[in-house]
Design a protein around this ligand. Structure first.
Ligand code: ZN
Length: 291
């Protein structure tokens, strides 16, 4: 299933994306809350209380409530996760272009949850930002509480996967010598379009990924290049930190980021940035300057 949250910012409703609901190129969204009043949102409570297991029955319901998807805004597919964590230098080629060796021990940092953005929402550069670029990443969404996971069974706690763009202000990142601030500006974490449930992603380490700026290819890679793979990432983090339902973990970015090119390709107002992972959809963001 492809889970979406639809509606205006702050008032999204939980839904299920149906690609051909109204015909071959006419997608629809099953309105989950209209059919199951107690499912208020795709939040920690939903994942912790078996919400995912209830959705197939709603899809099979003869009198299901489906709205047309055209013109409907999508929000990030997870509501207010407890934490967003991310891996630095987890692709060897990218580590080299960023300047430095690939990570031996996973480098874990976090992004503020207030940086979340819808998959087609504009990315807004604050007046102070001059040198910003994007990073396409595969994100893992946690489905149940977990601590001290073994690598062999770690994938059992994954609810699903989505695209995450780890937008970064490079000046702020370098000046702070610590990544949280420069990676946490408002709108700097587009997530979605869908949360694709784990059963539909048989091998999360075999997905092509790309980013494009104004149609020009920037990043191209595959999740096969990850240095620490998802089981190791989950075991490493959960050795000391409790993972909670709804938590989001971004697993690193492949080579080709705009800032590492010659000349560099910084995000400018009016640019269109697309970021996609095979099977998980493509985000499209217009860059704006905040006034
Ligand atoms: Zn990143």
């Amino acid at each position: 299933m492809k889970l979406v949250r639809f509606g205006p910012p702050g008032h999204e409703r939980p839904g299920i994306w149906i690609a051909d609901a109204f015909g071959p190129d006419a997608p629809g969204i099953l309105d989950v809350n209209a059919m199951a009043f107690d499912i208020a949102d795709y939040d920690a409570h939903f994942f912790a209380h078996g919400g995912l297991r209830r959705l197939p029955a709603l899809l099979a319901e003869p009198r299901r409530v489906v709205v047309r998807a055209d013109g409907v805004r999508l929000g990030p597919p997870v509501a207010r996760p407890g934490k967003i964590m991310a891996l630095g230098k987890n692709y060897a080629e990218h580590a080299r272009e960023f300047g430095g060796p690939p990570a031996v021990v996973p480098v874990v940092f976090s992004k503020a949850v207030t940086s979340l953005n819808g998959p087609y929402d504009p990315i807004r550069l604050p007046p102070v930002s001059r040198h910003v670029d994007g990073e396409v990443e595969l994100a893992v969404v946690i489905g149940r509480p977990a601590r001290r996971l073994a690598e062999e069974t770690a994938l059992e706690v994954v609810a699903g996967y989505c695209v995450l763009n780890d937008v970064t202000d490079r000046d702020a990142q370098r000046a702070a010598q610590q990544w949280f601030y420069g990676k946490s500006f408002d709108t700097f974490c587009p997530l979605g379009p869908w949360l694709v449930t784990a059963d539909e992603v048989p091998d999360p380490h075999a997905l092509r990924m790309f980013s494009r700026l104004n149609g020009e290819p920037l990043q191209a890679g595959t999740t096969a290049e990850m240095i620490a793979r998802i089981p190791r990432i989950l075991a490493h983090i959960s050795a000391g930190i409790t993972l909670e339902p709804g938590d989001v973990i971004a697993t690193g970015t492949p080579a080709g980021i705009g800032s590492a090119r010659n000349p560099p390709r910084w995000l400018q107002p009016g640019d269109v940035l697309e970021t996609g992972v095979e099977g998980l959809g493509t985000q499209r963001a217009v860059i704006e300057r905040e006034r």
